[in-house]
Design a protein around this ligand. Structure first.
Ligand code: ADP
Length: 279
């Protein structure tokens, strides 16, 4: 296969295009994020969703795109992702070279919400192409075609940013950050987290949900004691799903909340103690 074609197919694997007609994704607000997002969308301001992994940023955006009736184009950014992957490139087809739009260009043209998930992971040249999209110009530079395209009136750019992951070498420049409206996310309050876990898993046993969420929240606190990744709301939802599929609460908790995040014997023991006390 032609190298360029292979490359383009590669980035398509990182792109999810959510059909506008899908059923409304379940989302329980944590604070005033819905109001802030709606206000930003009303003025077409770009938004940065800040917060740890698995706390609901992606689900929130799926929910908002649906409620605003906009298609959502999600690009999972990674270290090999370049501006051409986002914008597009010329591909050889037989004897001809044909321009193929990348996911950002398609979103800009169609008036979709484009979500660049963890943009800090991508090559730095990607920030150059998003800058003119984030101010009054609302233009996307198609560098290799030496022209700009104007964004559709309904286009909106959203990025996610995990403050815990950045190092001095890998961070967004302040000049890039300040172009966005920031919305802070964190793991939800306990009562909300219970309702999320119940809603996602369909579990009706309130006492069990209460114990599971309490255990998850204690496990989360181990982040301060060396656990690399805090126990997420996603992991709690998985545990409840596994219980619903017939596993015992402790086995489910181990599979969802221990095995994926640590092999450290001392931390495993500490997590086991928490589960023994709660489940
Ligand atoms: P992030 O994008 O922050 O990594 P996600 O949005 O993928 O996290 O959330 C992980 C999972 O947690 C979701 O798939 C959903 O099951 C659940 N979840 C987290 N927060 C909420 C919420 N507020 N409402 C509904 N589901 C939520």
């Amino acid at each position: 296969m032609d190298n360029q074609v292979k490359h383009q197919r590669g980035v398509e694997r990182d792109v999810i295009q959510q059909p506008a007609a899908a059923a409304a994704p379940f989302y329980l607000p944590q604070a005033d994020e819905v109001e802030i997002f709606r206000a930003a969308y009303a003025r077409r301001l770009p938004v940065m969703l800040k917060g740890p992994t698995g706390c609901g940023k992606t689900r929130f955006l799926e929910h908002m795109a649906h409620s605003l009736r906009r298609p959502l184009v999600t690009v999972a950014c990674h270290e090999d992702l370049t501006s051409s992957d986002l914008v597009g490139r010329f591909l050889l087809q037989g004897d001809e070279t044909v321009w193929q739009d990348g996911p950002l260009t398609r979103a800009v043209k169609e008036g979709a919400v484009c979500y660049l998930d963890e943009i800090v992971e991508a090559r730095t040249d990607t920030t150059v192409v998003i800058h003119p999209l984030t101010d009054h110009r609302r233009q996307l530079p198609l560098d290799k075609k030496s022209r700009f395209i104007e964004a559709h009136d309904d286009f909106m750019l959203v990025i996610s940013y995990n403050p815990g992951y950045q190092t001095a070498l890998k961070d967004l420049k302040p000049s890039t950050k300040q172009r966005f409206v920031g919305i802070n996310f964190d793991y939800p309050a306990e009562e909300i987290e219970r309702r999320i876990v119940a809603g996602e898993s369909g579990c009706r046993d309130e006492a069990l949900i209460e114990r599971l969420v309490a255990a998850g929240r204690r496990a989360r606190a181990l982040k301060e004691h060396g656990l690399e990744e805090a126990t997420s709301t996603r992991a709690l939802c998985y545990a409840a799903e596994l219980i619903g599929a017939g596993l015992s609460p402790r086995v489910a908790a181990r599979a969802a909340m221990v095995a994926p995040i640590t092999d450290d014997p001392a931390l495993v023991e500490a997590l086991e103690e928490i589960f023994e006390a709660h489940l």
